[in-house]
Design a protein around this ligand. Structure first.
Ligand code: ZN
Length: 419
């Protein structure tokens, strides 16, 4: 008995350590500056795709039968920021990502900006575009500074859209107290649209050097790795996790995307590693989708160009934001697939794994969405916890706790085995 206890004591922690250690290592590599935030500058997303394909090959996985490569290429337009990203107030240089971000549709500008300050009410009331533009163009104003933090809901949306539209003719500076949340745009305007920490603004002299580059046909790659079932079948389980992120905002600043979604990409690799050694009754496909941050482009492309019949997908589990879990997980599409959700919840409470398994209705918020639309049964699972870094420069590898990694991967495996 003592021997058994000793054995368990010695083996279990080291196994757990190895699994998590490897997951941490994959995550760290995906978050490294060499991956450029897995976006559109310096081929960050292509480098990440190559890295993942190499790791899947090392684990002994192959391309989907009939394919010569794990990569599935597609193109889309994207606005990028490979060069200068300077904003100065009275010649003091601000820190990109920390003091300001640019709207992803920003254009280029170099020089001093002669500004006019508009209240949120003035922005909201300025519905006659031509009259408004003429007034400021006549007065030789090149920039508009405003703060629309007091607006909510539709009024806020209308004003955001208006400011973006005005950046066709003016540099826009929107002051805000809110957290910075960056994204990706497929189009660009003539002038920059800067979102600036409000406490820094005191009517200083504003100078800007920002360079955008619009790429008409950016090529990105979905990564698809395959494992055959124990016995021949056409039925397949899909595990997906987008690996792309927001890339660089200027040559010095990148968004590492630790939680979103280096964490999910690493968890996917660890599942592949497990199922290579423990084959399932289903074939398995591990997909790293690209272009998610640009609007679910990779998964949309895949459902329109599937490499295996979509009808043969028994279930798809999309894993996005896998780095915490202290406050449990949420399953999007729970209400669409109540039987599967009940199973997921039952396993969790029986094995006492995660604090909660929340249910959520359908939402177009990750790569499961277009599969759902085509009638493929699927969940999108995300973890919840104190780490609220999202689409900002603080979503780093270092900020990830992986607090529930072992329980989470246990739950996913047990659930997949019950399907
Ligand atoms: Zn994201």
């Amino acid at each position: 008995m003592l021997r058994v206890i000793l054995f368990v004591f010695l083996i279990t922690p080291s196994f757990v350590f190895c699994q998590l250690d490897q997951v941490r290592n994959w995550t760290k590599n995906l978050c490294s500056p060499e991956m450029h935030g897995r976006g559109y500058v310096s081929s960050g997303d292509s480098l990440a795709a190559e890295y993942l394909a190499t790791e899947y090959k090392k684990l002994g996985l192959n391309p989907i039968p009939g394919q010569s490569s794990m990569l599935q290429a597609f193109q889309f337009p994207v606005n990028t920021f490979p060069g200068a990203m300077e904003v100065k107030l009275n010649e003091k240089e601000l820190i990109p990502g920390v003091d300001f971000i640019v709207d992803p549709s920003s254009g280029s500008f170099n020089g001093y900006v002669n500004i006019v300050y508009l209240s949120s009410k003035e922005v909201y009331d300025a519905n006659s575009r031509n009259e408004f533009l003429n007034k400021y163009i006549e007065n030789n104003k090149q920039g508009i500074v405003t703060n629309i933090d007091d607006l909510k809901g539709d009024s806020l949306k209308i004003c955001k859209a208006r400011l973006r539209e005005w950046s066709e003719n003016f540099t826009i500076v929107q002051l805000t107290k809110s957290k910075f949340t960056w994204s990706v745009s497929s189009e660009f305007k003539n002038y920059p649209y800067i979102i600036l920490r409000d406490s820094l603004w005191d009517n200083q002299k504003l100078s800007i050097k920002i360079e955008n580059k619009w790429v008409k046909n950016h090529t990105a790659n979905n990564v698809l790795a395959y494992l055959p079932a124990k016995r021949k079948t056409t039925k397949t389980l899909f595990f997906s996790a987008h690996y792309d992120h927001l890339g660089r905002m200027g040559s010095e600043t990148y968004f590492p995307g630790g939680n979103d979604n280096a964490s999910g990409s690493a968890l996917l690799l660890s599942l592949a590693n497990y199922y290579k050694k423990n084959p399932s009754k289903y074939n398995m496909v591990f997909v790293g989708f690209a272009g998610e941050e640009a609007g679910l482009i990779g998964s949309h492309y895949y459902v329109n160009h599937p490499l295996l019949p979509l009808e043969d997908i028994r279930f798809l589990l999309n894993l996005d934001i896998m780095g915490s879990g202290e406050d449990g997980i949420t399953a999007v599409n729970a209400s669409l697939f109540p039987k599967e959700f009940k199973k997921l919840k039952q396993i969790n409470s029986k094995k006492k794994l995660l604090k909660t398994v929340n249910s959520r209705g359908p939402a177009a918020n990750s790569d499961h969405y277009f599969f759902s639309e085509k009638g493929v049964p699927c969940f999108f699972i995300y973890t919840m916890g104190p780490n609220k870094n999202y689409h900002d420069v603080y979503d780093t590898y270092e900020a990830l706790s992986f607090a529930e990694f072992e329980d989470l991967s246990q739950l996913i495996k047990l659930f997949a085995n019950k399907l």
